[in-house]
Ligand binder design. Structure first.
Ligand SMILES: [Zn+2]
Length: 320
């Protein structure tokens, strides 16, 4: 039951994220406000509540506005479906779920899992909003990343959230998880800032945005420093693959925002950081020792990620 609830909640949050993605970057302060009923972007008619239902509304209207018959972008239901599936995944993925456990005496409520679910559902929502705003406007708004950093840090007060195992250590668990979040924020933001500074020095122009720095600092505050570095690495690899494919089709001149790739890296890190880190730092070195041809593979991968970083940094972009 909780899983179904999580998916429904995700669909509704996704519907709200569509509003955030559309209104936050507007220049006019009146349009920027998140309150008030939704209006048709074409003719300004207020949208009826049943036409505004997540995913269903779009399907029932078959992608056409009831008021003026203009097309409604397929991205709206897609954002809602994406948020719903990520929330559902979170609800069944330990340690974020399951929140309700069937026991001999009925149903038990796991408060730590519930807190972890809530915190990381918020994290996923921030990632989705930032991704699509970055797609549209090449900027990662401070209004999202700065509170995100604060919430990620505060989440550290709840023991066990930042993935710090409880041991017999003298320091209280809450203090250590808080330190893990703070370290994640500093490493995530610091490394991105260094790459940005080096890129600006070498190419003599604004390389990457300050928005990327704050975005990765936020990701570090939620996930800790190892996952922040993993996110940066994955973002570069995904960026190299997608950027390379796009460059083949559209030529090298186009600007590609870095935020969406970082967000993909962050989602992957959120769910599978442990096995991935184990693969990279334990299994891989063992495999390398046992087979000499592994060196070539490593070299190709290193070159790929380096050229990805080079491409991304050289493009340059607006600060958030
Ligand atoms: Zn209309």
């Amino acid at each position: 039951m909780f899983e179904v609830g999580a998916a429904l909640l995700g669909a509704c949050v996704g519907s709200f994220l569509n509003v955030v993605i559309w209104r936050l970057p507007q220049d006019d302060p009146r349009q920027r406000s998140l309150g008030g009923r939704s209006r048709c972007p074409h003719c300004g008619t207020q949208i009826r509540w049943h036409d505004n239902l997540p995913v269903l509304g779009w399907l029932l209207l078959r992608g056409r506005a009831r008021c003026c018959g203009k097309g409604i972008a397929v991205r709206y239901p897609l954002v809602e479906a994406l948020t719903a599936s990520l929330f559902l995944l979170l609800a069944i993925w330990p340690p974020f779920g399951p929140v309700l456990l069937a026991t001999d005496h009925g149903v038990a409520f796991d408060a730590t899992a519930a807190a972890a679910f809530g915190l990381h559902a918020l994290f996923l929502s921030l990632l989705i909003a930032c991704t699509f705003i970055d797609f549209d406007h090449q900027l990662l708004p401070d209004v999202l990343t700065k509170p995100g950093m604060a919430i990620g840090l505060l989440g550290g007060f709840w023991p066990g959230l930042a993935g710090v195992a409880s041991t017999n250590d003298a320091a209280p668990l809450a203090l250590r998880t808080l330190l893990a979040s703070a370290l994640g924020l500093c490493v995530g933001g610091g490394v991105t800032w260094l790459i940005r500074a080096a890129g600006s020095r070498i190419f003599r122009r604004e390389a990457m945005g300050l928005g990327d720095v704050k975005f990765l600092a936020m990701i570090g505050a939620f996930l800790g420093w190892q996952s922040a570095l993993l996110t940066l690495f994955l973002g570069c690899v995904v960026g190299a693959l997608v950027g390379g494919l796009l460059a083949l089709r559209a030529g090298l001149g186009m600007r590609i925002p870095f935020g969406p790739y970082l967000a993909v890296g962050a989602v992957v890190s959120l769910f599978v950081a442990r096995p991935l880190l184990d693969l990279l730092f334990v299994q891989w070195p063992e495999w390398q020792r046992s087979s000499p041809s592994a060196q070539w593979f490593l070299l190709v991968l290193a070159l790929l990620s380096l050229s990805a970083l080079f491409l991304l940094v050289r493009r340059g972009r607006r600060a958030g």
